[in-house]
Ligand binder design. Structure first.
Ligand SMILES: Nc1ncnc2c1ncn2[C@@H]1O[C@H](COP(=O)(O)OP(=O)(O)OP(=O)(O)O)[C@@H](O)[C@H]1O
Length: 253
């Protein structure tokens, strides 16, 4: 089923699209067709999950959509800006200004306090921190009272919450989360996914989350299912059991 968040890419809708992939293909050296003619629009404020089996092209899609990599053909727009025409320096600046990242392994700097980790993207961009905004983020991710600690003094869930605050601190157009609960136990993972939902709903933050796990994907508003470099299904109002069945039936095809 097609959803408003994933409508085919009419130009007049582009102002509400944070990410637009238009006929994007990616072929790696050696000839692997990781993405094959993928078109996708991620609407502002939506929480989208990209789900599929290993090797289906999820990471490649994320890397192209986040301007970490360039497609072999097709167009990627982030907030209306074309990523393909930029050199590596300009693409890096675009990522710094428009994109936040959350990774499975948290990637916090061990020698910095939680507070300094959270505000690091601002310092790297030469921007002033707005103390009220930083405080509200720390509060929202439940780390008030922990900001002077080093990452190693936090639990995995707390470290991921710090990483989420770090991803939000620059007020990016979009946050990409790559298997953000992959290293967490079930209960902690639920808390982190609830936080993503709240951030999407309360702050209108656009989130694109890559996962192979149907239970994780089901927390998003919309799920695109990938297989062999294609988006093969788009699921609105996702349900974990239904998504799991879809994956099982794909593996039996
Ligand atoms: N740098 C690369 N060079 C060559 N082939 C690559 C490269 N990165 C990915 N591939 C190949 O492209 C295809 C898609 O890989 P991708 O990592 O995007 O899939 P994925 O769905 O994210 O998989 P996983 O869930 O295992 O991370 C796979 O066949 C993979 O082996």
């Amino acid at each position: 089923m097609s959803s408003p968040a994933l409508a085919p890419v009419p130009p007049e809708a582009a102002r509400d699209a944070v990410i637009t992939l238009d006929h994007v293909s990616k072929t790696y050296e050696g000839g692997v067709h990781a993405l094959d003619d993928v078109s996708l629009t991620v609407e502002r404020g939506s929480f989208l999950a990209v789900m599929g089996p290993s090797g289906s092209g999820k990471s490649t899609l994320m890397h192209c959509a986040a301007a970490l990599d360039v497609p072999t053909s097709g167009t990627v727009l982030i907030d209306g800006r074309d990523t393909r025409s930029l050199n590596e320096t300009k693409r890096t600046e675009m990522r710094r200004d428009l994109v936040g990242f959350v990774f499975q392994a948290y990637n916090l700097v061990p020698s910095l306090s939680v507070a300094d980790n959270i505000t690091l993207p601002l310092r790297l961009a030469g921007r002033e921190a707005d103390p009220a905004w930083v405080d509200s983020l720390v509060e929202r991710v439940g780390l008030a009272g922990r900001v002077d600690h080093r990452p190693a003094e936090l639990s995995g869930g707390q470290q991921q919450r710090a990483a989420i605050a770090r991803a939000l601190v620059t007020r990016p157009s979009v946050v990409f989360a790559d298997e953000p609960t992959g290293a967490l136990d079930l209960r902690t993972a639920r808390g982190v996914l609830k936080l993503f939902r709240e951030v999407a709903e309360d702050l209108g933050q656009t989130i694109v989350m890559v996962t192979h796990d149907p239970a994780v994907a089901a927390q998003a508003d919309t799920v695109v299912v990938m297989a062999d470099g294609h988006i093969v299904q788009t699921v609105t109002e996702p349900d974990a059991a239904d998504l799991a069945n879809r994956l099982i039936s794909m593996s039996e095809d």
